[in-house]
Design a protein around this ligand. Structure first.
Ligand SMILES: [Zn+2]
Length: 271
């Protein structure tokens, strides 16, 4: 659940054009009118110039989880622990999760009835920011925009990680939150109210970039944490950052591999 944007003071941002290439190629196939944009950015991407415009602390230092065993991860960091992989039954998956290999996960993206989000290029900076700080966990998301006609029912396609941009879609419990991530359904929802706060962030990328990663964290098995520097804290504070604990990284890596078709990928666009 996400109830309010977190604060972030840096004006510097990263644009890592290489990571956009596959996304834009798909976008151009689905949204023909974006062809010119796709071509232009793809041309830039061939330079492989991953400019470092994010603050240094967000340059994606990989965490060290070598001292952790997947079978011993703390329950309090997990949302719905009973629904998570049992490493005794999934030794190969948990062993791969414990490695430092990059895990790539496909994320289907839908525009439902949002009055704010309707074009893929609106979200590219936020998705790039998410992929940047998820390098802490060596997880990279491959965002794939899908036609709304392919949106599955809430209880369908539960092993396909999906995110939905909606006007005011209620959570399963009935409340319309700013945003929420739901592990059982494998889906996260971002409602328009999230962007309609009167006191917006000074950093326009951060406003959406933080909730995106936070809700993906829920869908990948993470519960809320008290430490306000962590991505998974709830609420807003000057201490808010984009930090992920090694234990949280390992939980998400297991979920990505076991539940959402994550694949070990030796290539990462920028790091
Ligand atoms: Zn939350």
């Amino acid at each position: 659940m996400y109830t309010f944007p977190h604060s972030f003071n840096s004006a510097r941002l990263a644009i890592c054009v290489g990571a956009f290439t596959s996304l834009l190629l798909f976008v151009s196939a689905v949204f023909g009118k974006e062809q010119n944009l796709s071509t232009n950015v793809a041309t830039v991407a061939t330079t492989k110039n991953c400019s470092k415009l994010l603050p240094d602390e967000y340059q994606g230092q990989t965490l060290d989880w070598s001292h952790l065993r997947a079978a011993d991860l703390p329950r309090e960091l997990k949302i719905f622990p009973d629904q998570q992989a049992a490493c005794a039954m999934n030794t190969a998956i948990c062993s791969e999760a414990e490695s430092t290999k990059i895990i790539a996960v496909d994320v289907d993206v839908f525009f439902k009835d949002s009055a704010i989000w309707s074009k893929p290029e609106q979200l590219q900076p936020y998705m790039e920011l998410v992929n940047r700080y998820y390098q802490q966990a060596r997880i990279t998301f491959n965002f794939r925009f899908r036609p709304i006609g392919e949106l599955p029912a809430w209880t369908e396609n539960r092993n396909q990680l999906s995110i939905i941009f909606a006007a005011a879609m209620p959570a399963p419990a009935g409340k319309v939150a700013d945003a929420f991530g739901n592990l059982p359904a494998g889906k996260a929802v971002f409602n328009d109210v999230l962007m309609n706060r009167p006191d917006r962030h000074a950093n326009p990328y951060f406003l959406m970039g933080k909730p995106l990663g936070h809700e993906l964290g829920h869908v990948l098995g993470l519960a809320h944490t008290q430490d306000k520097a962590l991505l998974m804290t709830q609420g807003t504070s000057p201490q808010n950052a984009l930090d992920i604990l090694p234990e949280q990284a390992l939980i998400m890596r297991i979920m990505a591999l076991q539940r959402f078709g994550g694949r070990l990928d030796p290539v990462i666009a920028c790091h």
